[in-house]
Write a protein that binds this ligand. Structure first.
Ligand SMILES: Cc1cc2nc3c(=O)[nH]c(=O)nc-3n(C[C@H](O)[C@H](O)[C@H](O)COP(=O)(O)OP(=O)(O)OC[C@H]3O[C@@H](n4cnc5c(N)ncnc54)[C@H](O)[C@@H]3O)c2cc1C
Length: 435
């Protein structure tokens, strides 16, 4: 029997899931509803984007779809390491054994959308942009949406057999779970907020491409820049949420002074036009979500950030969301497309890893520079050195386990409990001193 699947959110996880479901068999009919406009038709400057590094986990999920990894690689740059730029102008290099894929979120979504619409026609797939989910009636299995066209908004209702909440950290579908019994939700802002930054390709030639460039200021601010395939430097400036320095900038001259003071190397690359654009760009706060269960009844499932949004410090959110999709596909195989069974098993079997990911994202990196430089990096280098020479006796470093393997997050957390609880305590102390 035809299964009508409604996916809310055309972000990385929603669009990848559409691919996976449609390739299963002709029994799936998929409709995707996205509140924003079609990114394929918007100028890049209007898209709210940031760099994404895809690691082993995301790459594995993409490689299960014919040609998909090659399509994503075609718009990505190979990431071969990280460079920490120190205040004295020197750099610390952390090479990678397995390259990452660097691209920005908009490029990733556009690639997934293009390949999807090229493969499936409207008898199996329909994607509706400018449609915002407003609510869900779990009893009647109906989603209500608001469709925007110019100045007009129209209410639209759609029925589903399976509803997927892939609508990100502020999920409207998840909100509906709050009206059900036994739903647990823990949500809070991460200690850091961020602003995106874009430097034209000609500015960034002094920085090596293929590396994640990091600059840390002593007050907890962190700037990250990555080249994209066109040479553009895309990045973010992260800062403690309670620090108003960035919010208080009011002219482009103040922006330039800010960079001269905290990130002088970036100031040298920053054109006035970008200083102006940086000023006008909104500050984004990051939600951290832990919830349980991920499904409701026999027909609703949360995936990706809607289920487990985390801080982006580890660069795992999108990778973990892609893992969700591939895992759900495996469950559909295991339960012969019995949706009720597959979604219940998803909660049961994915939850320990998703909860562990949230913990790891918060506490792998210390906020204090002292603990980061004098212990975290030394531990990392020592573990990598020992593992390279005696792989039978020494495990890879924590970061290698996270980005170079697909070992479940819960296992990784279990084997690094001591470090995680040390960082947790140190971060709590650090945040006290910031108040
Ligand atoms: C600065 C930054 C850097 C990051 N770097 C990395 C990285 O290097 N590696 C990595 O793996 N992850 C990274 N992440 C995390 C990654 O971006 C997310 O985990 C990933 O985008 C999650 O995908 P998603 O599809 O689940 O959610 P989202 O990307 O949030 O997409 C959700 C979609 O749903 C739509 N939507 C929301 N509400 C509604 C509604 N009511 N109705 C209809 N549509 C709706 C949204 O418009 C959006 O398109 C980073 C995040 C940030 C902020």
């Amino acid at each position: 029997m035809l299964k009508r699947v409604v996916i809310i959110g055309a972000g990385p996880s929603g669009v990848l899931l559409a691919h996976y479901l449609l390739r299963r068999d002709a029994d799936y009919y998929v409709e995707v509803y996205e509140r924003r406009s079609d990114p394929r038709t918007l100028p890049f400057s209007q898209s709210r984007t940031f760099p994404i590094a895809l690691n082993e986990r995301g790459i594995k999920a993409l490689s299960k779809l014919d040609g998909m990894l090659a399509d994503v690689k075609a718009v990505s740059l190979e990431g071969i390491g990280s460079l920490i730029h120190l205040e004295n102008g020197k750099t610390l290099l952390f090479p990678r054994r397995k390259p990452l894929l660097f691209l920005n979120r908009t490029q990733l979504v556009i690639t997934l959308l293009k390949t999807l619409t090229a493969q499936y026609s409207s008898d199996r797939l329909n994607i509706h942009f400018d449609h915002q989910c407003k609510g869900v009636d779990f009893e009647t299995k109906t989603v209500s949406l608001e469709k925007t066209a110019g100045n007009c908004t129209v209410e639209v209702n759609v029925d589903y057999d399976l509803l997927i909440g892939a609508d990100g950290a502020r999920s409207r579908v998840r909100e509906q779970f709050l009206s059900t019994n036994d739903f647990e939700l823990e949500q809070r802002y991460t200690p850091s907020a961020y602003k995106s930054i874009f430097l034209p390709s000609e500015s960034g030639t002094s920085l090596k491409s293929g590396y994640i460039h990091n600059w840390r200021a002593s007050n907890g601010m962190l700037a990250v820049l990555v080249h994209d395939i066109n040479g553009l430097l895309v990045g973010v400036v992260n800062f403690p949420r309670k620090d108003n320095t960035i919010a208080n900038l009011s002219t482009k001259e103040e922006v330039l002074q800010f960079f001269c003071y905290y990130f002088p190397e970036i100031a040298q690359l920053l054109p006035e036009s970008e200083a102006e654009a940086f000023l006008n760009r909104p500050i984004s706060n990051v939600l951290r979500i832990r919830c349980n269960p991920y499904h409701h009844g026999e027909s609703v499932l949360l995936i990706g950030d809607a289920a487990h949004a985390t801080s982006h410090s580890l660069g795992q959110g999108c990778n973990a969301s892609f893992e969700d999709v591939a895992f759900f596909d495996e469950l559909l195989d295991e339960y012969s497309d019995n949706i009720a069974e597959a979604i219940a098993q998803f909660t049961l079997r994915r939850k320990p890893d998703a909860h562990a990911l949230v913990e790891l994202s918060d506490y792998t990196f210390p906020l204090s520079n002292k603990l980061l430089f004098f212990e975290s990096f030394i531990r990392k280098r020592t573990a990598e050195f020992l593992h390279q020479r005696f792989p039978k006796y020494f495990s890879p470093s924590l970061l290698q386990l996270l980005v170079e393997t697909t070992i479940p997050y819960s296992k990784i957390l279990n084997s690094h409990k001591g470090w995680i609880s040390k960082v947790k305590q140190a971060n709590e102390k650090f945040l006290q001193t910031q108040k």
